[in-house]
Design a protein around this ligand. Structure first.
Ligand code: GDP
Length: 140
């Protein structure tokens, strides 16, 4: 299977509870390597742009408020079949539906404050990586 890249965000509910290391360990234990990482305070503009696909959804305003409520850690992850591998270790969007041993089952607070974002396709991964990282910030 090919080594590919995906994009991850450790969300404000997790950074607030000092879970950056714990979440990253679960990603690493799942066979993913962190090849770029930075802690940022997302602006409202960035959050609205990043989640533009959801702008008609009823929770869009709340989601943008949540994602700008504290620092996040944006990461590029590399590994075999990285997009699917990351989605598997993240678990379902709603933590009450997530499988045991997943990040969201272990740490998420709610369907909104669900600790991590992960790209859902290789195409979106490439777009999302470009949204937050310059090429020279990614060291594989
Ligand atoms: P993901 O790919 O599993 O992150 O899920 P989606 O792309 O469907 O949703 C993006 C993000 O929006 C989720 O990770 C949640 O933080 C938030 N979200 C999704 N569904 C809901 C909802 O029904 N209510 C609220 N408040 N937030 C939601």
């Amino acid at each position: 299977m090919a080594v590919t890249r995906t994009f991850s965000i450790i969300k404000p509910d997790a950074t607030r509870r000092n879970l950056t290391g714990a979440v990253t360990k679960m990603l690493e234990d799942a066979g993913l390597r962190v090849i770029a990482s930075k802690r940022i305070q997302m602006t409202r503009e960035q959050a609205e742009g990043f989640y533009a696909v959801h702008k008609e959804r009823p929770f869009f305003g709340d989601l943008v408020t949540f994602m700008t409520s504290g620092p996040v850690v944006v990461q590029v992850l590399e590994g075999e079949d990285a997009v699917a591998r990351n989605r598997k270790v993240m678990g379902a969007t709603n933590p009450s539906d997530a499988e045991e041993g997943t990040i969201r089952k272990t740490y998420a607070e709610s369907i909104e404050a669900n600790s991590v974002h992960g790209s859902d396709s290789e195409e979106n991964a490439a777009t999302e990586i470009d949204f937050f990282f310059d090429k020279d910030e990614i060291v594989g």
